[in-house]
Design a binder for this molecule. Structure first.
Ligand SMILES: [Zn+2]
Length: 217
């Protein structure tokens, strides 16, 4: 699997990335290892206008109706220097409890788009039960699209496009796979790098998108 900090290969017996020293313990040291409530939209950076949020809510409703066990969550915020977008995505999929009033959704069927407008980085982290639906090529294209919107300061469009695209990809794969909660994917889990999540395990399946220039104002 890949390290969420440097994307280096991490072997299953390693608890710490030999390339950059990342370990889950390090993340827990500043984010904690308690469950947090994961909202559909967390706009800590106040990037979204009211109409953006409304449009995104409609798209998320569609997504959740189509995929009752899956979720798509968005976090926009300026991260501290010791934390990157991939690490936060990784942590949120491990420690975030995503619940709607009707259904408790499983994090291994979840995906989180983390955008740091200050560092100008973004990353999509996929739950490990769905990450195989997303080839590196698909992820690269998705992040290119996200990047092109972010460069224009179009945060809402970046989110809308990535959620719609994710839905298209899952829909294609859903024809071939059973969405059974009992299905578990044990190979290559996050416990490989010393994380012991309460349920499921995840790894970032995408590279952080580095250096999108600030929108011109
Ligand atoms: Zn690393």
């Amino acid at each position: 699997m890949k390290c969420p900090r440097c994307q280096a290969k991490v072997r299953s017996e390693q608890t710490t990335c030999s390339a950059c020293g990342f370990s889950a313990t390090l993340l827990h040291s500043y984010l904690g290892n308690q469950w947090v409530r994961l909202e559909r939209i967390t706009d800590a950076a106040h990037c979204l206008r009211l109409e953006d949020t409304r449009r995104i809510e409609i798209i998320l409703d569609d997504f959740e109706r189509s995929f009752p066990q899956a979720f798509f969550a968005i976090y926009l915020g300026a991260l501290p220097n010791n934390l990157n977008v991939a690490e936060l995505g990784f942590w949120l999929l491990n420690q975030g409890a995503f619940n709607t009033h009707s259904v408790s959704r499983r994090n291994d069927f979840g995906m989180v788009l983390v955008v740091d407008p200050s560092a100008q980085t973004a990353c999509i982290t996929l739950g490990y039960a769905i990450e195989n639906c997303f080839s590196p090529k698909i992820i690269t294209r998705m992040m290119q699209t996200v990047g092109s919107h972010l460069r224009k300061g179009a945060f809402g469009m970046a989110i809308e496009d990535s959620c719609i695209r994710a839905g298209e990809i899952l829909r294609k794969h859903a024809r071939y796979m059973q969405w059974q909660p009992e299905v578990s994917v044990m190979a290559d889990s996050v416990s490989d790098i010393g994380l012991q999540p309460l349920r499921g395990g995840h790894r970032p399946a995408s590279r952080p998108l580095a250096d999108f220039p600030a929108p011109r104002s």
